[in-house]
Design a protein around this ligand. Structure first.
Ligand code: TTP
Ligand code: MG
Length: 408
């Protein structure tokens, strides 16, 4: 990307900040860009294919070719992941195992072996480290790699991605899919594009065409609720999203509106963050028997609040927002949140807020299978231990707060 274009993009991204701050930083950055050519970033997103279940097939080859899921085979069990044979029957992660059995009577259910998954994940990370130390793990089977300045001095990120895939196969016997682009969101979408065993590159010049054809659901931060909201506005694709003004988007989606505005234009300057920053602490329980009375729910919330207080203390986590998650017997779920001026750390406070949030829930006479409470919205000092940023200091990136409740 030429410096001038990059500078323009930067200013575009800054325009919601305090005008003085935004322009001062932008001018400083322009001067730096003038002196020093800015490299376009090269990001790879690697995602193992049907991870848990592929490890199980590796360890028990008799499973190969059969429809298999990993999960606890009980009335309350849910599918952790399904192999590609089972997916043909419409079986997917988070589906109740009982329903999966109905969709595919020959289904094999395997109990999870988390230590094995961790071991394989470590092997995969050793391979990543042969190329770069700028690795952001998203889960055991997924990570972003910034390979702009890689250890091998390789020019083409796609060559690195190809080598990494080959090595993963040699070392672990498993396949991974990889996406390559100049930013995280496009690399992630690309890794999903040709799964399994896929490799897909989104070149900067092709980014807008690629985005045009994406469904809004494929954008980072667009969960079910936001997608429905967009659909109601007649927006289904990246191209249609680009047709909305910044003001329209921020009016409808708050701070995430700016993120969507930028994504629709192929702008995503989130750095690859090597140091993990905790953004929430929470706990949840799925009940063996659905809860029907307010009294039972409060009793369970009391237990959760106790546990949450302990977890907050153990993690030295200080946050100001409490999120209540309620999953109903029909698997619909709702989240309600409340933000305080002070840090939420003690059980009494948690319970007062949780009760108030429970009062807001519209149960529609449904019983409850899961309750969860989470403290999010970390206070500044927590964030300051923060992420390692690359190249330039960007303004803080807003988090999606509407759809996603992170329960850790
Ligand atoms: P994913 O990468 O989402 O799924 P996957 O690797 O099984 O399949 P894909 O080929 O589509 O990438 O998740 C990685 C692992 O995380 C998955 O193997 C099991 C676990 N997991 C759960 O336990 N519950 C879930 O709801 C999801 C989505 C994943
Ligand atoms: Mg995966």
């Amino acid at each position: 990307m030429c410096n001038f274009t990059a500078a323009k993009l930067y200013i575009l991204c800054m325009d919601g900040l305090e005008p003085f701050y935004g322009w001062t930083v932008a001018m400083k950055w322009c001067l730096c860009a003038w002196k020093k050519p800015m490299k376009q970033r090269k990001i790879i997103h690697v995602d193992m294919d049907a991870f848990y279940v592929s490890v199980e097939e590796l360890d028990d080859p008799s499973l190969k070719g059969k429809p298999v899921v990993v999960g606890h085979d009980g009335p309350r069990g849910v599918v952790s992941t399904a192999n590609y044979v089972a997916r043909k029957y419409g079986i997917h992660s988070a589906l109740p195992i009982a329903m999966a059995h109905r969709l595919c009577p020959k289904l094999v259910v395997v109990e999870p072996h988390f230590n094995r998954y961790k071991e394989v994940s470590r092997q995969v990370h050793e391979i990543f480290h042969e190329y770069t130390d700028l690795i952001e793990p998203l889960s055991l089977d997924e990570a972003y790699l910034d390979v702009t300045d890689n250890k091998r001095g390789m020019d083409m990120a796609v060559d690195i991605a190809r080598e990494i895939k080959q090595k993963i196969r040699q070392v672990t016997g498993l396949t991974a899919s990889a996406g390559v682009s100049y930013c995280k969101f496009l690399a992630k979408v690309a890794s999903d594009f040709r799964k399994p065993d896929g490799l897909c590159t989104v070149h900067p010049e092709r980014a807008l065409d690629f985005i045009d054809n994406l469904k809004v659901e494929q954008l980072w931060g667009v969960g079910e609720k936001t997608a429905q909201h967009m659909h109601k506005m007649g927006v289904f694709t990246g191209k249609q999203l680009r047709g909305l003004t910044l003001q329209q988007l921020t009016t409808q989606f708050g701070k995430m509106g700016r993120v969507f505005y930028n994504f629709a234009r192929g702008i995503d300057n989130r750095p690859v963050v090597t140091e993990w920053v905790r953004k929430s602490v929470g706990c949840e329980r799925t009940y063996l028997k659905d809860l029907t009375s307010q009294e039972d729910m409060l009793a369970e919330l009391d237990i959760l609040a106790d546990e949450l207080e302990g977890r907050l203390a153990r993690n030295s986590f200080k946050g100001r927002t409490l999120v209540l998650k309620v999953k109903f017997s029909d698997f619909q779920q709702t989240t309600h949140s409340i933000t305080e001026n002070i840090v939420i750390e003690h059980k009494d406070k948690i319970m007062t807020l949780a009760k108030a949030l429970l009062d807001e829930v519209d149960f529609q006479q449904k019983s409850v299978r899961l309750l969860g409470i989470t403290v999010t919205n970390p206070v500044e000092e927590e964030m300051q231990r923060g992420p390692v940023q690359l190249y330039i200091e960007w303004p803080p990136f807003p988090q999606p707060d509407e759809d996603t409740t992170q329960v850790t």
